[in-house]
Design a protein. Structure first.
Length: 242
């Protein structure tokens, strides 16, 4: 594949990721998904400031890891792009990042009593424990948005080597090796939150063991599973018409 075709394919997949996350209720007017630039690991691609539900290829902008637009052409970027740059900076293994405020996930960011944990095989990708980052710990009273690289780096430190971190009173950040892996994890993070809340109403849930998580993740992040899920979500979101 030529480098131009390669970039076009990456942008196309990123547009589909936007539409899928919107259709699956992970993002609404807010939230975003990015991908590391296929030719330059020091840059990433992210839509301009609009809902993922209506993002097209023309909206995809290129940024340095510090969040500077390479060629803005009048497009306005998302304020919270430091979330993406800081994760790419710290994690060479990460090539896609999702930030969202899924309503089902947020309660677990504010309840010290209930920690989000993997409850079913398809959501094992969220990991054995999901850390919670609180912007107030280091930055005091803010509007809770991650708008500086210092805030982004602090959030990335809480994410550590994992795939998911919750953001207190705000939402979450999800990291993946590919766009498909990150989208998969973001969707099943929301599913896990719904199921865990229901299970907790019934009693004391039994969570997956770390050995089970390891085996489930291997399957769930295999190309076979990721491609099958992607085909399904793409069809639901009407991506073939784009
Ligand atoms: Mn946000």
């Amino acid at each position: 594949m030529s480098t131009t075709a390669d970039l076009a394919a990456t942008i196309r997949e990123l547009v589909h990721a936007n539409r899928i996350l919107a259709h699956e209720g992970v993002v609404d007017a807010f939230g975003h998904v990015s991908v590391r630039h296929p030719h330059d690991p020091q840059r990433y691609l992210l839509a301009c400031s609009r809902s993922p539900a209506i993002v097209t290829a023309a909206d995809i902008m290129e940024f340095t890891l510090e969040g500077e637009a390479v060629d803005a052409r009048g497009r306005r970027p998302y304020a919270e792009r430091p979330i993406h740059g800081a994760v790419y900076e710290m994690r060479p293994d990460v090539n896609a990042v999702v930030h969202n405020h899924a309503y089902e996930v947020v309660p677990f960011s504010v309840s010290g009593a209930a920690t989000l944990r993997a409850i079913t095989h398809v959501s094992a990708v969220i990991g054995a424990t999901v850390p919670v980052w609180d912007i107030r710990d280091k930055f005091g009273d803010t509007n809770l948005l991650v708008v500086t690289m210092a805030q982004g780096r602090d959030l990335a430190a809480t994410l550590g080597g994992g795939r998911v971190a919750l953001m207190r009173g705000h939402g979450c950040v999800v990291a993946g090796g590919t766009v498909r892996a990150a989208v998969n994890t973001a969707i099943y993070l929301r599913v896990n939150a719904m199921l865990q809340q229901q299970a907790m109403q019934l009693g004391d849930p039994q969570f997956l063991s770390s050995g089970e998580i390891e085996r489930c993740v291997e399957l769930q992040l295999s190309a076979l599973a990721l491609d099958r899920a992607w085909e399904y979500w793409s069809a639901r979101a009407g991506c073939s018409a784009l």
